[in-house]
Design a protein around this ligand. Sequence first.
Ligand SMILES: [Zn+2]
Length: 455
Amino acid sequence: MTEPTPTVDMEKLVSLCQRRGFIFQSSDIYGGLNSCWDYGPLGVELKRNIKEAWWRMMVQGHDDVVGLDASILMHPHVWEASGHISSFSDPLVECKECHQRWRADQLEGDRCPSCSGELTEPRQFNMMFKTFMGPVEEDAAVVYLRPETAQGMFVNFQNVVNTTRKRLPFGIAQIGKAFRNEITTGNFIFRSREFEIMEIEFFVKPGTDKEWFDYWVGERFNWYVKLGIRRENLQLRPHEEDELAHYASKCSDIEYLFPMGWSELEGIAKRDDFDLRQHQEHSGKSLEYYDDDTKEHYLPYVVEPAAGVDRAVLAFLCDAYTEEPDKDEVRVLLRFHPDLAPIKVAVLPLSRKENLTVFAKDVYADLRPQWAVSYDDTQSIGRRYRRQDEVGTPYCVTVDFDSLEDKRVTIRERDTMNQIRVPVAELKNTLQTKLNGEDLFVLPPGGEVWKVERE
Ligand SMILES: [Zn+2]
């Protein structure tokens, strides 16, 4: 068997993202802010769709998981209890010549990789962003931007138990921003200092944690496959003892074959009762759970599937990216799963003649309440199809002069470029069933296969 190779190189993808409005460098007009990124009009739709697909399958789809949206700023004692103030640091060295900073554990050799200058002794560098709450800048007012979302779930454990009456096993899910002052960043949106996490803290009875760990590894792996990532571009990598985070007793990464090689997309960790125990000690409040069945009080164990939203965006972009020969040119398309495609349908009138425009705008207005729909009447129809292919729009609806007479329009599919013709009255239902996965050639009443040769 040959080793799989990445589907696209990073430069190509970054350029497409910039050119088509998926992702921009932050503060671009000021020369950019290192490793911070802005999601443009298409990127924000893609990212929202990924988060919604996660929420739908992980929260709505599991009757033992409930949601939470905790604040980014938390009581400073949270980070003492969690161990982030003492342990959340990387060894940092600085070049004595050019003053660039490096992570000591990622360097080969003992000289600066940039200028070969001499390096300082390593010191521990805490990765939490520090700021001040209220008008005074003094130690008592120090707060941190959260470096992970998990603590919001742990400190609300009792609130959720009391208000939802959930019994073990159950999970609390959250999607939100986190911040890490990483020494080295890079690979586009893969490692940035401000990022979004979607994660679940799943609380279980001690002793059942191993089977729940395996369950969540499977659930999370399959989520990516269901949403279109090719199985061969995903792998599971259990952590070695010495690379476990300070709170974890076991961890497996779901890795994706990114352009820079296999890298972590999501981590599933067994945190046991580390966090609840720490918060119980530091807060003085009992976080024990009362088990009705066994009449026991105990601290639950925790299994945590934690996925990076931005890494998921990057993986779905990479996996969707396709180049195909197209006569003398190359057709670039993003084969997004319909649930993730930023635009679901594009309405394309064949010309800008007024009667055609009126008809096409009616079709457009009719579809917009239901989906993200785009309207494009510039340039040739072939060029417009290519533009939609390049941003992953699954279906184009073409309105031509016959449409005015027979009240029918053409649906053209992105991946196959096949076309069917359907009555306008059937359009919305037909698009819905196609977006749900029905084959294009299953025709509605009055529909016909229109044209199957290449455009
Ligand atoms: Zn240097």
